[in-house]
Design a protein around this ligand. Structure first.
Ligand code: PMP
Ligand code: GLN
Length: 413
């Protein structure tokens, strides 16, 4: 059936004679957003042969036994659609991990949904509870999919901004962001890009607001096992009253240093998990079964694995922080995640964070991410760059040495 303004005939003509034809505008929200900063900066890093401390991915393989389990699973007949909410063995493993690490009792069959990465999980959780016109409380700086998805669902973001340099939570502003239209808060802890791990006291304050406004909490906890200096990740879901209204999201990409695998998992009360599964059903339907099988093996690894993961990353954080500090950058505290944020003004660079990250990519051959990319509302701070430290020691050292060579040679720009 011909669609107004877009017929086969017009397409045929347009291919032969590329002239402007009347085509209705595409989705304006998507047309209005750019390509994600991670893709942009990774492409720039490749173009300039720069060390990529921008996009957060480790430059080593994940655990060999987990990778082997995925390879084995390809050969044992696991190549057709798995069950829609996820392989039972992975959902059981997620439930067991919830209990092992946080004492959460979870019914694997009704309260766990496997998704294609935490990215899908975030969208599925928002879809599960949000109606058009609802408000969703978001905390800046924030991960780049949150705002577009909230808006695509017809919901309204209500922003609260953490205050650097210690990324403190402005409690009065947070309380003001909640109101009668609030449907949910989307909370990321440990937090990308600033490495904040919300304290139990801050979580208590948030939980009180969620309860008072009868809202849901969507908790992006992809860095749950990447915490430093003894900082303990506490899922909001474990706080009194939160179990019935929280969706908790994990990612195998971060927990097993296998970011390309895109296996996420949501833990939620059964009534909400049903809707998360329906969202998943309409987004991707299922997720690669061999990788699900392997992640189940990974989640059963002993405590030493999880301790060594955070221990090794903490040493890398310290290594890169010391290197950047020795150049004069001011390092902001990082208690979790893959990232350090640093104030580059002491280097005397004349420009904002976007210019700085482009400059060091092109001239020093080291790539970072401008922290202003993690803001939607205007007047974002523009003097911080985010550096990923989930890299080999020699790569971190080489990055610092390149920056030293560049900035040591005289004023930048
Ligand atoms: N949330 C945050 C805060 C992240 O940093 C990432 C990293 N990619 C994701 C979600 C997405 O995780 P995944 O790769 O599992 O989709
Ligand atoms: N989470 C990663 C980061 O913050 C990248 C994810 C992505 O490229 N979409 O760097």
């Amino acid at each position: 059936m011909p669609v107004e303004g877009v017929t086969t005939e017009i397409h045929t003509v347009a291919r032969k004679h590329p002239v402007a034809v009347p085509v209705k505008s595409a989705n304006t929200l998507l047309s209005g957003i750019g390509t994600t900063i991670f893709t942009v900066m990774s492409a720039l890093a490749v173009e300039h042969d720069a060390i990529n401390l921008g996009q957060g991915f480790p430059d080593t393989e994940g655990p060999a036994d987990v990778v082997q389990a995925a390879a084995d699973a390809l050969k044992d007949g696991r190549n057709q659609y798995p069950p829609m909410p996820g392989l039972p063995e992975l959902r059981q493993a997620v439930a067991a991990a919830n209990y092992r690490f946080y004492g959460l009792q979870v019914d694997w069959a009704r309260e766990v949904v496997v998704t294609s990465g935490a990215t899908e999980a975030i969208t599925a959780c928002l879809m599960a509870v949000v109606n058009p016109g609802d408000e969703v409380v978001l905390i800046e700086p924030l991960y780049d999919t949150y705002v577009p998805v909230v808006r695509l669902l017809g919901a309204v973001p209500r922003f609260v901004r953490l205050q650097p340099p210690d990324w403190s939570l402005p409690r009065a502003a947070l309380a003001d962001a909640f109101g009668p239209a609030t449907k949910a808060i989307l909370l990321n802890s440990p937090m990308n890009p600033c490495g904040k791990v919300f304290t139990e006291e801050e979580l208590g304050f948030i939980a009180e607001l969620v309860l008072r406004h009868d809202a849901y909490a969507i908790c992006d906890e992809v860095y749950e096992h990447l915490t430093f200096d003894g900082a303990r990740h506490v899922p909001l879901m474990t706080l009194p009253g939160m179990r019935e209204r929280t969706m908790r999201i994990g990612s195998a990409g971060k927990t097993f240093s296998l970011t390309g695998w895109k296996i996420g998992y949501v833990t939620a009360p059964a009534a909400i998990a049903t809707n998360v599964a329906k969202a998943h059903q309409n987004l991707t339907f299922t997720t690669a079964p061999n990788l699900q099988r392997a992640v189940a093996v990974g989640l059963a690894k002993d405590d030493a694995y999880f301790a060594s993961l955070s221990g090794a990353l903490q040493a890398k954080r310290d290594r890169l922080a010391a290197g950047l500090a020795s150049l004069g950058l001011t390092i902001l505290p990082t208690k979790g995640s893959y990232f350090i944020s640093a104030d580059f003004r002491p280097l005397g660079f004349n420009g904002d964070d976007v210019a700085f990250c482009r400059h060091i990519t092109e001239r020093a051959k080291v790539t970072a991410i401008p922290v202003s990319a993690f803001y939607d509302a205007p007047n974002a701070p523009s003097h911080y760059a985010r550096f990923a430290f989930c890299k080999l020691d020699q790569v971190l050292d080489e990055a610092v040495s390149r920056l030293r060579k560049h900035f040591g040679a005289g004023p930048a720009a």
